[in-house]
Ligand binder design. Structure first.
Ligand code: HQG
Length: 182
């Protein structure tokens, strides 16, 4: 499969597994898992593709952000983070590093510095381990700016953090006092 094909499949999987499974008549369970055979069948029906389990394996294995994960026997698949639909990933709270980063667009800054970071359409605020990743996330929205998040202090003050299977830090909300512009 070419990189372009893999990206097309990954994008469609993100749509189905994070935001709109109903688009192909799929349902996710409460933890966000879809049945692999049903997913393949319904994608192929809806799109006229000839996707196989092997193709899916390749997308899961090579995806640059490891966005998707199988369960142990590979009968189920889900997105590891990024959901807008209400599912429970079942992650245990864990202790974050001292600092985390959030990349956003310059035009959101006034609002963020007034309200803190909100999860908006997603279930969590997404935080990056390094400035480089945060910059790439911010660029998706426009001219990037980077905020440093005082995550250890937040955790000390009782805020919960979760680490997704693909190493994205998640939290519910970041109040303004834990943010500094860098
Ligand atoms: C902003 C991608 C105004 C926030 C990435 C962001 C990530 C506010 C936007 C993942 C605000 C939401 C998530 C406030 C937050 N006022 N704007 N109070 N609070 N915002 O796409 O973090 O490639 O929902 O700064 O790598 O950009 O899809 O979140 O700019 O991990 O796998 O509102 O998506 O992963 O945008 O990205 P998003 P995000 P994938």
């Amino acid at each position: 499969m070419t990189e372009k094909e893999a990206r097309k499949i990954s994008k469609f999987l993100s749509l189905l597994l994070r935001h709109n499974p109903g688009k192909v008549g799929l349902t996710l369970n409460a933890q966000g898992w879809a049945d692999v055979q049903e997913l393949i069948l319904k994608i192929n029906e809806a799109r006229g593709w000839e996707l196989t389990k092997k193709d899916l394996d390749e997308v899961v294995a090579t995806n640059n952000k490891k966005r998707f994960a199988y369960n142990e026997d590979q009968s189920l698949i889900r997105a590891s983070q990024g959901h807008s639909i209400d599912i429970d990933l079942g992650l245990e709270p864990s202790a974050p590093p001292d600092k985390l980063f959030h990349g956003t667009a310059a035009r959101f800054l006034d609002s963020i510095l007034a309200q803190g970071l909100n999860s908006r359409s997603r279930q969590h605020v997404h935080l990056s381990l390094d400035i480089e990743t945060a910059t790439a996330v911010g660029k998706r929205h426009g001219k990037p700016v980077i905020l440093e998040v005082h995550s250890a202090q937040m955790a000390t003050d009782g805020h919960l953090f979760y680490l997704s299977e693909n190493n994205v830090w998640l939290t519910d909300h970041v109040p303004v006092k834990y943010l500094s512009l860098i």
